[in-house]
Every structure is written in structure tokens, then in C-alpha cells.
Design a protein around this ligand. Structure first.
Ligand SMILES: Cc1ncc(COP(=O)(O)O)c(C=O)c1O
Length: 369
């Protein structure tokens, strides 16, 4: 079965992980610091901290804003559950917003329809790595959380997605453009917020490991004592994850080039298939990261089954959140509901061969709806 998502690791990741295991220091440590430095440099981020998942980074991002309890936070309905869960877990109310049918992103107009007196922040998602039009949204003057889980290599008017709003998050899970197995990160333009994030990620204590304790042993007795700065859970990343990430950073250009090659093949090969609506390319002031290729088709379920039977796995990403009973939402979001019926992610990842891409294209072309 050809998988729909995936990442690619090789001997470099294996060598880096072996070195960490041999060092006997598997948890949080110097490799994390090295990854943070190199990732920030690559993207051009002012402040960045690694954590253990993108989902946890979202919870941290919402928490960092210090909003009054039960604040309304606007977010797209067409996104991963962690976005809404983070808002709820931080004691706030998710308010689901519709997305554009072509980009699958929110825009200012759609957001404005959801704004009330209780709105205290906006969460945007750069869907598939196509940047959200950030400037008009930032002009609303509300704090903006950017979910750049798909957008590790995306840029908007020269700026790195994830580093434009007040707080941004990344995901390095097993199928993302840059993987660390599981992992995530948080970026912000505000230095004081990143310092706080680094305290929060270790149960609100901050310093971790015996190096930190040994460092203070020079200055004080009872070096094992600490001041807990605030209540928070543990989100520490490991040296193992960082070691994988460091190898991935070295090859990210090649990984991205392969994703773009597949994307471009789909764009040209599916152009003349009249019943398919293809995703838009990046505008000239944007850079796409090609996380997933979403087509819109009539008879989506039938196409998905037909491709599955041909050994090609596809999926809907995502089941709109406002339709999920947990959130008790009364929202009617026309575009998200249309996408729920007609959108389909087809395989796009660095392990796909060109033969597999041809098979996918030919199978789709032969489909009779
Ligand atoms: C848009 C979006 N946000 C957040 C996440 C959560 O990231 P993680 O899997 O690292 O927890 C994902 C994961 O797929 C995602 O797609």
C-alpha cells in the first residue's frame, strides 16, 4: 500500500541517534540546544524552543498569552483537533471559523464574522504549508497564534511562517516535512515569552538536569533546591529527538525539493482532468512547504475506495471540528462542510518514487465517477 504521508530518515539520523545513546545522555541536553540554534538560524527565527510535540506546543502557546478565563479564541474548523483541545485545556472557548475553498486557510473576512466582545485571540493554520494572508489579520490588533505544523519551510512576504504572529508552533512528528519522531517547537518575537516557555516546559521549574544543578553548586549549598515559577506540565524534548532533527536539518533542502517535484507533477498531470479541482500554488510573495496535496472531487468517497483497492492510501485531512459533538458548536460553516464531502489528500512525501507518482496519476485519470 502506498502511504499518503511520510518522512524519510537514513544513515545520518541513525548515526546521530547512536552517538546520543553512546553518550548515555538521552533526555534533555546539549543536542536540544544545538537543534534550537540551528533550526532558528535556518528559518530566521528570533526566539525558538523545542518541546515534545506540536500539540503540546499549541497548549503552551495559548497558555503563554495569559488571556482572561473563558476567552473566545477563533480558529479554523478545518484543522487538527489539537488546536481546539489546546484552547479548551487552557480554559478558553474555541470559536470555529470557516476557511477558503481554494487555500483551505482562514482569511480576515471569515475571521471578522466570528469576532465578538469576548474574542481575545486568533489561531491561524498555514494549511498544507500554503501561507495564510497574515498582514490583514495582524491589522485586527488581536494576539495571533500561528500553527505552522505544516509550514516548516513556508514563508510569507520573506518572513518564516510560525515567526510572524505573537506565538507560533511547529510539529516534528513522524509524517512532517522535518521529523524528530515526535517533537514540536515554539517561536515568538518576544524574548520574555521564550524565556517563560523554557521554564514552563520543565514543569514550571526551568533548569533541568545535573549540569544546571552542578552549575549552581559553585554558588550555593543545597543546589538541589529549586523555585517553582508557575504550574505547568512537562514538555521536555530529548537529545534523541534533537539528534534526528539535526540530521533532518542537513537534508531539508533535498527533502523539500522532492516534495516540490511531486507537487509539480500532480499540478501538470491533473491540470486537464476536468472533474478535479487542484490546490493553488504559492503566490510570488510566498513560499509553500508542500506538506500535503489536497484535491477536490465529486464522488470523493468512491475515488478514495477505488484508489485504496489499487493499493493507494488517501485520506480526508481534516474532519471539520465544528461537526464534532464534543465541542457543542452550532456553527454552520459552508466551505468546511463542502470540503468535508469533496476534499482528499493524495500521497505526497519524500519516500514516494516517481513510478509510484505515475501510478497514482494514471489511476486517478482512469477513475470513472
Ligand atoms: C495543523 C496541525 N497542528 C498541530 C498538530 C499537532 O502536532 P503533533 O503531531 O506534533 O502533536 C498537527 C499534527 O498533525 C497538525 O496537523
Amino acid at each position: 500500500m502506498i502511504s499518503v504521508f511520510g518522512s524519510k530518515v537514513g544513515k545520518e539520523e541513525i548515526a546521530n541517534v547512536s552517538a546520543v545513546l553512546e553518550s548515555q545522555w538521552m533526555g534533555f541536553g546539549k543536542k536540544v540546544n544545538e537543534f534550537e540554534e540551528k533550526f532558528s538560524k535556518r528559518l530566521g527565527l528570533e526566539n525558538f524552543a523545542m518541546v515534545d510535540s506540536g500539540s503540546n506546543a499549541l497548549f503552551m502557546a495559548v497558555s503563554l498569552l495569559n488571556l482572561p478565563p473563558r476567552s473566545e479564541i477563533i480558529l479554523p474548523a478545518f484543522t487538527w483537533v489539537s488546536c481546539a483541545q489546546a484552547i479548551l485545556l487552557a480554559g478558553h472557548k474555541p470559536v470555529f471559523c470557516d476557511v477558503e475553498l481554494d487555500t483551505l486557510n482562514v482569511n480576515r473576512k471569515l475571521i471578522e464574522k466570528c469576532i465578538t466582545k469576548k474574542t481575545k485571540a486568533i489561531m491561524v493554520v498555514h494549511f498544507a504549508g500554503k501561507p495564510v494572508d497574515m498582514d490583514p489579520i495582524l491589522e485586527l490588533g488581536l494576539p495571533v497564534i500561528e500553527d505552522a505544523a505544516h509550514a516548516v519551510d513556508s514563508r510569507y512576504r520573506g518572513k518564516p511562517c510560525g515567526g510572524i504572529g505573537d506565538v507560533g508552533i511547529y510539529s516534528f512528528d513522524a509524517v512532517k516535512n522535518l521529523t524528530t519522531g515526535e517533537g514540536g517547537g515554539i517561536a515568538t518575537r518576544k524574548t520574555e515569552l521564550i524565556e517563560r516557555a523554557k521554564i514552563m516546559r520543565y514543569c514550571g521549574i526551568g533548569k533541568s538536569g545535573f549540569e544546571a544543578a552542578a552549575a549552581s553548586a559553585g554558588e550555593k549549598n543545597r543546589w538541589w533546591e529549586y523555585n517553582i515559577k508557575e504550574p505547568f506540565i512537562k514538555m521536555l524534548p530529548t537529545n534523541i529527538a534533537a539528534a534526528i532533527g539535526l540530521a533532518q536539518l542537513e537534508k531539508i533542502d533535498d527533502l523539500q525539493a522532492w516534495r516540490k517535484k511531486i507537487w509539480d507533477i500532480y499540478q501538470s498531470e491533473l491540470k486537464d482532468v476536468s472533474w478535479i479541482i487542484r490546490p493553488p500554488d504559492a503566490a510570488d510573495y510566498e513560499k509553500h512547504s508542500y506538506f500535503t496535496y489536497v484535491i477536490r472531487v465529486p464522488n470523493r468517497d468512491k475515488l478514495a475506495r477505488y484508489l485504496f483497492d489499487a493499493g493507494i492510501y488517501t485520506t480526508l485531512r481534516y474532519h471539520p471540528l465544528h461537526l464534532n459533538a464534543l465541542y457543542k458548536s452550532k456553527a454552520k460553516l459552508k466551505n468546511s462542510e463542502i470540503l468535508n464531502e469533496d476534499s482528499l489528500s493524495i500521497p505526497l512525501h519524500p519516500n514516494l518514487t516517481l513510478d509510484q507518482v505515475s501510478l497514482i496519476v494514471e489511476s486517478i485519470k482512469k477513475f470513472k465517477s
